[in-house]
Every structure is written in structure tokens, then in C-alpha cells.
Design a protein around this ligand. Structure first.
Ligand code: COA
Length: 144
């Protein structure tokens, strides 16, 4: 299993995993834009030449903003999401970025648990943040 920065040939697979995981996926144009603009913090995890997950981060005002992470269903709950997040945190730290933030649906227990274990803390509740009216949590992490 390796983690590496995304390449153009990976994008269709990333889009596939995005659509499998979310009711309101980022459309392909946005995924392409993120690939063009934030390649360093757009990572994929590969095993036997197949993409099984990805994470996309951006940098805004010297802060890292993690937009999305998803792992293919059959590879979930094996520590891969945590591994990928740790790699992204390393990439940010090499850029001198130690303040990280992300948003998550309040119902997304799997992700919230993973983020808390990685040192993120809930700082705000974001009322009606999502398309279906669901609240979000804002989570932040400083270098630990
Ligand atoms: C969130 C997600 C990326 C986690 O990836 P993963 O590889 O399954 O996570 P890990 O195996 O590293 O799990 C880390 C910890 O999170 C918690 N966790 C993971 N899945 C969980 C679940 N379904 N229910 C409860 N806790 C869960 C566990 O505490 C786990 O640690 P443990 O296995 O030692 O108990 C994955 O579930 C996913 O792709 N979800 C759909 C997309 C999504 O919601 N992304 C986040 C919002 S952008």
C-alpha cells in the first residue's frame, strides 16, 4: 500500500469513489479544479495498482483545509483513512502549515471518531451547513 500525490490518470477513479460515498458529491469539474490547483495536498492510496481512497486538502490563509476523504467500502475500518490523514498532515507540516481545519456532518460518527483520534477538536457547530439542512461540526487541529 502506498500513498502518493494524485496524477491525471487517477481522477476518474477518485470521482468514482467520491460518487460511491456521498449523496452530494463534488462534481468532476471541481475535482479537476482541485487537481489543477492543489496537487501537493491531493493524495491517493494505492494497492496492487488500484486506487482505494483519496484525500483532498487545500491551503487558505496559511491554514490547511481538508475538504474530503473517502475510502472504498471494502477497505474501510482497516486503518487506511487514518494512515492517509497522517500522510496529509506530514505534507502540510513540511510546508510549515500546522493549523488545520475541516467540516463534517454531525451524523458522520466514523469520520468524527477518526478525526478526534488524530487530534482534531470540535470548535463550532455549523447550523444547516449541508445541502439537506443537516448541521456540521467545524474541527481544528494544531501541531501536537
Ligand atoms: C471516514 C472514513 C474515511 C474512515 O476511513 P477508514 O479507513 O474506514 O478509517 P480507519 O480504519 O482509519 O478508522 C479510524 C477510527 O475511526 C473510527 N471508525 C472508523 N469507521 C467507523 C465506523 N463505521 N463507526 C464508528 N467508528 C468508526 C474507529 O474508531 C477507528 O479506529 P479503530 O478501528 O481503531 O476503532 C471512511 O469511513 C469513509 O470513506 N467514509 C465515507 C466518506 C466520508 O464520510 N468521509 C468523511 C467526510 S469528508
Amino acid at each position: 500500500m502506498i500513498v502518493r500525490t494524485v496524477e491525471a490518470d487517477d481522477l476518474y477513479k477518485v470521482i468514482d469513489i467520491e460518487y460511491q460515498n456521498f449523496d452530494y458529491p463534488y462534481p468532476p469539474e471541481i475535482i479537476n479544479f482541485l487537481y489543477e490547483s492543489y496537487r501537493d495536498t491531493f493524495l491517493v492510496v494505492e494497492t496492487n495498482k488500484a486506487i482505494i481512497g483519496f484525500v483532498i486538502g487545500i491551503v487558505q490563509k496559511k491554514e490547511g483545509h481538508i475538504l474530503v476523504i473517502a475510502i472504498k467500502d471494502e477497505y474501510k475500518k482497516k486503518g487506511i483513512g487514518t494512515f492517509l490523514m497522517k500522510k496529509l498532515i506530514e505534507v502540510y507540516e513540511k510546508k510549515g502549515i500546522t493549523q488545520l481545519k475541516l467540516e463534517v456532518r454531525t451524523s458522520n460518527l466514523a469520520a468524527i471518531t477518526m478525526y478526534k483520534r488524530l487530534g482534531f477538536k470540535i470548535t463550532n457547530r455549523l447550523r444547516h451547513y449541508y445541502e439537506n439542512g443537516e448541521d456540521g461540526f467545524l474541527l481544528k487541529r494544531e501541531r501536537t
